[in-house]
Write a protein that binds this ligand. Structure first.
Ligand code: HQG
Length: 178
């Protein structure tokens, strides 16, 4: 089974278009695995997918994009569905990073970091992760440094995505360094 393809399909279903699979995310983004499997089985390429395959898919991925708990599965970040997924605020590390294409920097230093199509701004815990994120759009991305501890002290809320990814609603310009 192509676990990478399965992961992409699940990200699409759980981050962006659950209704196409007749799924409804709960307020933390969870869906019942049996319901998800019913939807996947309608497609010939996923007709034999089992819960064990979903577990293997999560283990095999170099990025932790999904999690399973008590018979449910959810995407950990990346959502663009209209109803905002509720996340518990958490204390961020001192500094976070954001990799972005050079062409976006002028607008970011004017408006701050905005979620754009997604529900949250995505930040990286280390420069290497930020570089990988930025390289999706630019061979030589700009890595912005976010003064997260100060922003949190000033009342900006941060949320944990996975071990490398943090989320925020918006990062004002004064916490961003080039
Ligand atoms: C930019 C992938 C202009 C922002 C990745 C980014 C990540 C602005 C783009 C996760 C702006 C949004 C998320 C402003 C932000 N003016 N541009 N004011 N504010 N931007 O894809 O962070 O592999 O929604 O810099 O690895 O690139 O799918 O966010 O370039 O972890 O699991 O607007 O998605 O994860 O792009 O990536 P995105 P992102 P997966």
């Amino acid at each position: 089974m192509d676990l990478m393809k399965l992961s992409k399909e699940l990200s699409y279903a759980l981050r962006h278009a659950p209704w196409e699979y007749e799924l409804e995310l709960d307020e933390e983004g969870w869906v019942e695995i049996p319901q998800l499997l019913v939807a996947l089985h309608e497609s010939p390429q996923w007709k034999d997918v089992t819960e064990a395959d979903l577990e293997q898919m999560i283990q095999a991925s170099e990025k932790k994009r999904h999690e399973i708990c008590s018979g449910r599965i959810r995407a950990l970040y990346g959502h663009s569905t209209p109803q905002k997924i509720s996340k518990t605020p958490a204390d961020p590390p001192e500094i976070l990073y954001h990799g972005t294409p050079l062409r976006s920097v002028a607008s970011i230093v004017e408006q701050g970091l905005q979620p754009r199509q997604r529900q949250y701004v995505h930040l990286s815990a280390d420069m290497d992760t930020a570089n990988q994120v930025g390289r999706r759009r630019d061979d030589e991305p700009v890595i912005l440094k976010i003064n997260a501890a100060q922003a949190a002290k000033d009342g900006i809320l941060f949320y944990h995505g996975n071990e490398n990814i943090w989320l925020a609603d918006h990062i004002p310009v004064r916490y961003i360094e080039q």
